[in-house]
Design a protein around this ligand. Structure first.
Ligand code: PLP
Length: 408
């Protein structure tokens, strides 16, 4: 078929209103199919938070991490769901993310930890958000902001216990703790927390775990010696929350598990921990056509039909967060079977070979979900493209509407 010279199909004129402008008349078909949508089940998020709370050792609380737009699920609805299910704390990476949670009406304990020189410290402190401090420069900026603002800050000191990323190095910890204590004594701030982050909690038995725990104990002792009395000490991300009770301290700090994914295959399936994936990514087929054998498919013709077959066009691409690395590997449930992406993922679409099975435009393609209706999971996608489930859900693009089930 040569589409280039085919005249455009006739389009029924829309009725005009009194001023000649078109009126929004109902479409002739009553079926309105979203191109693609990410359904997020908030009841599932609440259940996951409750399951995590039940997992936390010795009555430790839950700090639900809602950074990166709640791992792609939508920060504000997920923050509300987590609070409703009893999350004692929320956390974000950036201050902007924390301020957005506050702007949506959240008033509970909230921490943000990813700072660069310049803040915005004052705005964040004024919004009663705990700010993480992992170095002398940040403490200086906090105290300067507090003096200008005229109200004390709530500060959580972050120790680098071996991750080698953010946080205060052990060699500088005593000085940071002493400076924070001095600022506390001056009434400039209150040290509400001491915390750290694990490097390899998703690898059961990893030799870095005991030394990190030991370093955290030492950091806490130093803080205590300096006279600090933090309300909360926390260390446990999702893998540690699920598998290392000795890391739970006063709070577990899960992100991924809140959204129902397992942090690593070694830690089992979500259901092994009473969790369930909250997101289902669906699309409506934008086209179905018969093609002969030997037909190249998509950019670069990296797939060639092995015989006469039916191709289905899935209108979601890397602009929607479908990884280009899923070209030729990503699984999709269409017409009752798993299909593998045929050829390259493009910016807005990809193709599946339906192998002659009947399908129609508008039929559903389920990219991933909880897996209990035969659809692939985010973990299946992660395996297919050599990444982690975290990246699959977090990168779902801004132009994919989030549709909330069981919203408050
Ligand atoms: C400092 C910190 N704490 C907690 C988390 C949550 O980790 P997870 O999603 O594995 O629970 C993250 C996520 O990257 C993090 O950076």
């Amino acid at each position: 078929m040569n589409a280039h010279h085919t005249p455009a199909p006739a389009v029924a004129a829309r009725p005009a209103g009194p001023g000649g402008s078109p009126v929004d008349a109902p479409a002739p078909s009553s079926r309105v199919l979203p191109r693609v949508r990410a359904e997020v089940d908030l009841a599932v998020i609440r259940d996951n938070v409750r399951a995590l709370r039940a997992t936390a050792r010795g009555g430790a609380g839950v700090m639900a991490v809602v950074k990166a737009d709640a791992y792609g699920h939508g920060a504000v609805p997920c923050a509300r769901a987590a609070r409703r299910a009893g999350a004692d704390w929320l956390a974000t990476a950036t201050p902007e993310e924390a301020l957005a949670v506050r702007a949506a009406g959240d008033t509970g304990p909230l921490l943000c930890w990813l700072w660069t020189p310049g803040g915005p410290w004052a705005e964040t402190i004024a919004a009663d958000i705990d700010v993480s401090v992992g170095g002398a420069w940040a403490l200086r900026e906090v105290t300067a902001a507090v003096r200008a603002l005229g109200r004390p800050a709530r500060v959580q000191l972050k120790a680098d216990t071996g991750l080698g990323r953010g946080g205060c190095a052990p060699a500088d910890w005593a000085d940071l703790v002493a400076a924070a204590r001095a600022a506390e004594a001056e009434g400039l701030l209150r040290v509400t927390g001491v915390w750290s982050h694990l490097a390899c909690a998703d690898e059961p038995g990893h030799p870095s775990i005991p030394p990190q725990l030991e370093a955290f104990r030492a950091a806490l002792e130093e803080a205590e010696r300096a006279g600090l009395r933090p309300e909360v000490r926390h260390l446990a991300n999702s893998p540690a929350a699920l598998s290392l009770p000795e890391t739970h301290y006063d709070l577990i700090r899960p992100g991924l598990a809140v959204y129902g994914l397992s942090p690593a295959p070694e830690l089992g399936l979500p259901r092994d921990h009473g969790l369930r994936p909250a997101m289902t990514l669906r699309a409506a087929l934008a086209g179905v056509k018969r093609v002969p054998g030997g037909h190249g498919v998509g950019y670069g013709h990296h797939y060639v039909t092995p015989g006469e077959t039916t191709l289905g066009l899935v209108p979601a691409g890397y602009a929607d967060g479908v990884p280009r690395h899923a070209s030729g590997t990503g699984p999709v449930l269409v017409a009752g079977k798993w299909r593998t992406i045929a050829g390259r993922v493009a910016m807005d679409q990809f193709v599946v070979d339906l192998g002659g099975d009947p399908a129609e435009p508008g039929d559903e393609a389920v990219l991933f979900g909880p897996g209990d209706h035969g659809e692939p999971t985010a973990e299946d996608w992660a395996r297919a493209c050599g990444t982690i489930g975290y990246e699959i859900v977090t990168r779902i693009g801004a132009r994919v509407p989030r549709v909330y089930l069981d919203a408050d």
